[in-house]
Write a protein that binds this ligand. Structure first.
Ligand code: HEC
Length: 153
């Protein structure tokens, strides 16, 4: 099962890499790009739920598989915010396009923290895994949302 999850995560990463490659610097259909990035963000939330389930079951392999999926998807984030997708059904703040380097750095933090989570979960140390999960959520997800995501309209 864990092996299947790893495979699925790898496939999801490959598919996303394809999506990112197809998204041009200037969005030709902003609505579709906004839809795609929201779907990926939603899947981030689902992976975090998977990690919580893994912690409840003390299943390091399950946690690690979800953490690796998050780390694999993070580098594609910046490509999902091309120029032309600033408005519409989106909570993306204008700061993303004003400070793209900072936005990329925030995605890097998530990649690093999720990668660290995958490693510590594999070690089977659930106490340290819990601490690293907190860091992934707070510094990784929260670090970007607090700066670059607008409150719900
Ligand atoms: C580099 C910045 C960044 C990081 C890191 C990041 N997000 Fe997001 N997230 C955003 C932005 C910006 C939006 C708003 C997107 C929009 O509305 O177009 C968003 C939206 C969301 C949404 C709402 C999607 C919807 O359907 O409207 C969820 C859920 C979410 N993020 C979960 C997560 C989780 C969980 C993590 C960490 C594992 C994470 N995000 C990491 C920037 C980030």
């Amino acid at each position: 099962m864990a092996r299947l999850l790893v495979l699925m995560s790898a496939l999801a990463g490959m598919m996303l890499a394809g999506v990112a490659w197809l998204v041009p610097a200037q969005a030709s259909d902003p609505g579709k790009t906004i839809f795609a990035r929201k779907a990926i963000m939603w899947s981030m939330g689902a992976h975090m739920s998977g990690i919580k389930a893994g912690m409840a079951a003390k299943n390091g392999k399950l946690i690690s598989a979800h953490a690796r999926a998050i780390a694999a998807l993070s580098p594609a984030f910046a490509s999902l915010f091309p120029k032309g997708t600033e408005t519409g059904k989106t909570r993306a703040k204008p700061e993303i396009w004003q400070q793209m380097d900072k936005f990329r750095a925030a995605a890097d933090v998530l990649q690093t923290e999720a990668g660290a989570l995958a490693k510590v979960a594999e070690s089977g140390d659930m106490a340290r895994t819990g601490v690293q999960f907190g860091k992934t959520a707070k510094l990784g997800c929260g670090g970007c949302h607090s700066v670059f995501r607008a409150p719900k309209k």
